[in-house]
Design a protein around this ligand. Structure first.
Ligand SMILES: Nc1ncnc2c1ncn2[C@@H]1O[C@H](COP(=O)(O)OP(=O)(O)O)[C@@H](O)[C@H]1O
Ligand SMILES: [Mg+2]
Length: 410
């Protein structure tokens, strides 16, 4: 018999940087230190969503997971868990154990139950003091869905009108912070479409495995809402100041099988909503034969992710009428262009972004004389580090998908 390996130790805040995750099947002990309360330690904007994705990846791969909480951080998270998204997701994992330093077993168990209840029943706050909050959905074994996003009796995603009211509340709170009413009213429709499409995608594509069976353990999804300042990634030449812009940031995460495998599932099983999914000749043999892994080249994976982005592009309407609702990820791109926002996607080995922030390079649009979609976004992504490369460099493999949307308020 192989000797048993000692547990591997990590610190939770390590997940906020691009560490290489330990190999599958290890026992892992994670220290939760006071550093996790320090927003600065998360570094760049978007780091917390990526940390949640690494956490979920780890939780799916580890033999066991044990969290050791320092007492100060435990007390703060127990008091207000939803304003600490990474810690909140830690507490919602369904295959982990927890030790709160200085607390006996009975108190630990009681606090775990009450804190989880707080997280799962949290309602978004629209005051000016809360600049970071999270909603978490647990899908299995016992579903628990946030009231702000789901209708409790039917367990269905709320209708568009409810998303509009939710966005209204969030956006109105910003108005009192001095942002222009005109800009904000323009944002609300587009933003509610974006949020609903992205959440619907987690609901449609990320709750089941490649065979369509419910994912378990750790079938988690969620939404992070933050107020941030974003710096332009690639200012246009001579575009003036590159001072950070006040923005609302939304991060939608899930623990599903990712874009490539969900697209493959639809291809093999014919589950697509609407028109069936399609692939090009260059990818078809690979995608039919292989789930995402070493046998799938990064080029083929990336081509499939772009297929996902552009799935509904042909049906997109270039000049939206009031009340018009588009469909899917392409509609998200279109709405972001209209709002001059930014989108970042991390799934499988792909990490790419698209920015329509004012003053950024206007590349990646269909030409104005395009017969079908003049001036509309092309379904492409740029590399997050090499910002002009339309072929994002392959990254470590992660579980699920994180989509981050940034909308400037100024
Ligand atoms: N959260 C997700 N997890 C896995 N796959 C996803 C996710 N979101 C989108 N996809 C993939 O991207 C494709 C395109 O998404 P979308 O444009 O919303 O169209 P639709 O949901 O109607 O298929 C989906 O069919 C699916 O394969
Ligand atoms: Mg969809």
């Amino acid at each position: 018999m192989a000797p048993t390996q000692p547990p591997l130790s990590l610190s939770l805040i390590d997940l906020a940087s691009a560490i290489t995750l330990p190999e599958i099947g290890r026992d892992i002990v994670i220290a939760v230190s006071d550093a996790c309360l320090d927003r600065e330690r998360f570094g760049h904007a978007g780091a917390e969503g990526l940390a949640i994705q690494r956490l979920i990846t780890l939780a799916h791969a580890a033999a066991s997971l044990r969290f050791i909480w320092a007492s100060a951080v435990a007390n703060q998270v127990i008091a207000t868990p939803s304003v600490h998204p990474l810690a909140a997701v830690v507490l919602c994992l369904t295959n982990a154990t927890h030790v709160f330093e200085g607390m006996d077993e009975a108190a630990t168990s009681e606090n775990l139950t009450s804190t989880r209840n707080k997280i799962l029943s949290y309602r978004l706050v629209t005051d000016l003091f809360t600049d970071c909050q999270a909603l978490v959905c647990v899908d299995a074994p016992r579903p628990s869905l946030p009231h702000d996003l789901y209708d409790a009796p039917t367990r269905r995603l709320r209708p568009e009108a409810d998303f509009e009211s939710l966005v209204d509340d969030l956006v109105l709170a910003q108005q009192s912070a001095g942002f222009s009413a005109q800009r904000l009213s323009k944002l609300r429709m587009a933003l509610s479409v974006i949020l609903r499409e992205l959440l619907e995608n987690t609901d449609d594509h990320a709750k089941t495995d490649a065979e369509g069976k419910a994912l378990s353990p750790n079938s988690l999804r969620g939404l992070l809402v933050k107020r941030i300042f974003e710096t332009r990634r690639h200012p246009e030449h001579g575009a003036g100041s590159s001072a950070p812009i006040p923005c609302l940031e939304f991060t939608i995460f899930d623990s599903g099988i990712g874009y490539y495998d969900s697209y493959r599932r639809q291809l093999l099983r014919g589950q697509a909503r609407g028109a069936p999914v399609e692939v090009g000749d260059r990818q078809v043999d690979t995608i039919r034969a292989h789930a995402l892994g070493p046998a799938v080249s990064p080029d083929v994976e990336y081509a499939i992710v772009l297929k996902c982005m552009g799935r509904h592009s042909d049906k997109a309407i270039p000049d939206p009428r009031p009340g018009h609702r588009g469909m899917g990820l392409y509609e998200v791109l279109r709405a972001l262009k209209e709002m001059r926002g930014l989108l970042e996607v991390r799934t499988g080995r792909v990490h790419g972004f698209r920015s329509f922030l004012e003053g950024e390079l206007r590349a990646q649009l269909e030409p104005q004389d395009s017969p079908t979609r003049p001036g509309m976004p092309r379904a492409t992504l740029l590399d997050v580090d090499h910002r002009l490369s339309t072929r994002p460099a392959p990254r470590d493999m992660v579980r699920g998908t994180v989509v981050r949307v940034v909308v400037p308020l100024a």
